[in-house]
Design a protein around this ligand. Structure first.
Ligand code: LLP
Length: 394
């Protein structure tokens, strides 16, 4: 399944949005979200699932609500994400709480709210003995599988901070003094484009579950999308992974990127085309404060030039921040855009706005949702103002 198709209708909608709400602006297309929801559901056909949306990927309550209306719960990692879920109308029983650093304060606030808790360590299990809760507990297993993705977003290797090594789970399961454990959880990383790591991890954790008599399993997220070349082959995933899930009464999953990344675009305005004797720089009004993935992971986001000039050149597309790492595309062969026109970065619906910051004291951008068939355009988060920068100053 390829990314969102930027046809002329959508280009026009983008121009309108940029004019009305200014730039930089994040734009999401409900049509694309719906298609992805349907695709995911079709992969799990015949299995009793509790689908959850990993709201760290996109924390706009309107987006989360869209998933909630389609039967999704949420995977949360903080009190903030719990309240995002509540604003979006997600039922407590459909909320899964993840994280390796659950503080006492967080446990006090959330223990009687969330439906599921994934315990990340023996030490966390010990802490839970001090609290009363009706939540259903899973153990996050670290299966020591290489997801073959960027090292920052790999989580299922022994050297990563997440999960309990298989040889240590008996310490918990032989202990009868703590919360009852109902299943295993496994999440080996994000943007995984090969089926093999999923196969290895899930066959091992599904077998482990059967050995311990667990009828529920949480298989995490991590499906890789097509940023530049490869994406996860979902037909192969269905063929190889779904059979591991046979016989489970309930399968939970936590997808973020696959569901929302391709539905989101970032629209920016070209400020300068700077040509030095060494290089061409296209300077836009979005930077690493708006979209940090290229600077942080060297991630590729395709850029579409809406109003090109005649020229084609290899250029760096950079933001306005005072830092050389502030770039959105490196050494990219592009049609040089007209100054003042708009450019569009693709696949930014996940880990785009949710990782944005106020670095260099820029207010954060607005977010806009385009409903089915482009029939309605809704501002779902206003642009921050200068006053917002000082909201927390005492
Ligand atoms: N479940 C757990 C326990 C997770 O830690 C994550 C993501 C997910 C589910 C959702 O994974 P997804 O389906 O979105 O791959 N900021 C990085 C990605 C960090 C992922 C963190 N955990 C990026 O921009 O690539």
């Amino acid at each position: 399944m390829s990314s969102l198709i930027l046809n002329n209708d959508r280009k026009q909608i983008i121009q309108e949005i940029a004019q009305t709400y200014g730039t930089p602006v994040y734009v999401y297309f409900a049509d694309e979200i719906n298609e992805r929801i349907e695709k995911v559901k079709s992969i799990f056909e015949g299995i009793n699932i509790l689908p959850t949306f990993a709201c760290k990927s996109n924390n706009n309550p309107h987006i989360v609500e869209h998933f909630s209306r389609n039967g999704f719960g949420t995977d949360i990692v903080s009190i903030g994400e719990y309240y995002v879920s509540k604003k979006a109308g997600v039922d407590d029983q459909k909320i899964v709480w993840n994280g390796n650093g659950k503080s006492r304060h967080e446990i006090e606030v959330l223990s009687n709210c969330v439906g599921y808790v994934n315990i990340d360590s023996v030490e966390e299990y010990e802490r839970w003995k001090e609290y009363e809760t009706d939540a259903t507990f899973f153990l996050r297993v670290n299966p020591d599988v290489d997801p073959m993705t960027h090292h920052h977003i790999s989580t299922g290797l022994k050297k990563n901070k997440f999960g309990i090594p298989v040889e240590e789970i008996d310490k918990i399961l032989n202990d009868k003094n703590g919360p009852k454990i109902s299943g295993f959880h496994v999440h080996i990383g994000s943007q995984i484009v090969d089926v093999e790591p999923f196969d290895e991890a899930l066959s091992s954790v599904a077998n482990l579950s059967r050995r311990y008599g667990f009828s529920k399993i949480n298989i995490g997220g991590g499906w890789g999308i097509k940023y530049e070349d490869k994406e996860l082959n979902l037909e192969e995933y269905k063929r190889k992974i779904i059979p591991h899930l046979e016989g489970f009464e309930l399968v939970l999953f936590e997808l973020g990127r696959y569901l929302i990344a391709p539905a989101g675009l970032l629209v920016a305005t070209v400020q300068y085309v700077k040509r030095t004797s060494h290089k061409t720089f296209v300077v836009v009004d979005a930077g690493m404060n708006t979209l940090i993935r290229p600077a942080m992971y060297d991630a590729y986001h395709n850029m579409i030039v809406l109003t090109p000039t005649e020229g084609i050149a290899k250029a760096d597309v950079v933001g306005p921040l005072c830092e050389s790492g502030d770039l959105l595309a490196r050494d990219r062969e592009i049609q040089i855009p007209k100054v003042g026109s708009h450019v569009v970065f693709e696949n930014v619906g996940a880990y785009g706005y949710s990782m944005s910051s106020n670095y260099n004291s820029y207010p954060r951008p607005a977010e806009v949702l385009v409903s089915e068939n482009g029939s309605k355009i809704t501002l779902i988060r206003r642009r921050e103002t200068i006053d917002d920068l000082f909201r927390t100053i005492v």
